[in-house]
Design a protein around this ligand. Sequence first.
Ligand code: URA
Length: 441
Amino acid sequence: MRAVDLIVKKREGGSLTREEIEFLIAGYVRGEVPDYQMASWAMAVFFRGMSFEETGFLTRAMIGSGEAIDLTGVSGPLVDKHSTGGVGDKVSLILAPLAASCGCVVPMMSGRALGHTGGTLDKLESIPGYRTDLSVEHFREVLRRCGFAMTGQSQRIVPADRLLYALRDVTGTVESIPLITASIMSKKFAEGARCFVFDVKCGSGAFMKSQAEARCLAVSLARTGASLGRRIRAVISDMDQPLGRMVGNFLEVRETIECLQGRGPQDLMQLTLRLTAHMLVLGGLERELAAAEALCRERIRDGSAWRVFLDNVEAQGGRTEALLDPGKGPRAPHTLAVRSPTTGYLARLEAYRVGLACGVLGASRARKEDPVWPDVGVELLKAPGDPVREGEELCLLHARDPARLEEARRLLEAAVTVGSERPPPRRLVLEEIDSDALGKD
Ligand code: URA
């Protein structure tokens, strides 16, 4: 078999067999199939798609590229959540300790920044000292101690996703339903949880721009998950505008602290509580979503979710001083305000351009080897619906390299729409579907 023939077969719209997909994935992980051929194949998949059967072969080949984490002996309902990627989406950082404080056990394997979206691992690593490259033994130990543990793909665990994820990030091949499905499901299977809540994002800041596309991705995730024996629930949520007020790695950690201390912005808290409530129901800890949400609110009010977060940061090597006094955490040396061009209401803040601006400032990568800066990003001072005056500050750009501020400012100015009428309130949760309904054609 030759990689080039499989690229051509997919380019011409053919279906690959299990053996062919295994050949590509195993060859890529061993270094026998080079980046340029894999990138070319990913682009062919982007344009030609994959059948459900091929997506299953790809997911299994990626799982088979490494070991699955064995969580036998870890007691409690093993439930996790995964987002398909957004801007300002720091839900995992809040939800994992919250779900753990309610009794779930959350083994969470996440990704890095991808395209214009942020990555949970980059956000966590912005906490000085925090490690996400845990050995399996350490992962299990943190999980037992804190009720949740955060890690990334490694040379042992789904190495195929680690390589392919980084390659797709810089080759314009992210927005593909089969590639996203295999990337997410291979990580979720390998981490050892039994049930998953998927937050499938749609809108300008998501990889799926329309609700119909988001539904197709939800179905693909659910069917692939069910074929691997996992229980799934999907929430389709709005990502046309950023979530919360902070976008950028440590800026999002700051907002996480506010949420865990009961001072989080309404949109971010609403979605986090809903997704966590689904986890509690799926894990059998509560029967009704309303009761589950009430329990989550109580765990934030009584401080237990915050304490679990601090415990995890300590267990994964992070310095809690930066959390107890965020002024001690990373802070970019340069700021620039973006101001309202006119008086009226902030009508729209396009998440995609906000994400691109963060990338320009250095919160994500343009090339695989680029560093990610912990302190840069965008602080939103106004939310859609707020009245604004001409010249009033709408957001603050945080930069390490002042030369990047001008391009980021232009992107932000293009992201903002100020209108004369107050826009209708944002509908955040657009659809909720459970695996039984999703599992059917
Ligand atoms: N999240 C992932 O883990 N993988 C993708 O491809 C997209 C979002």
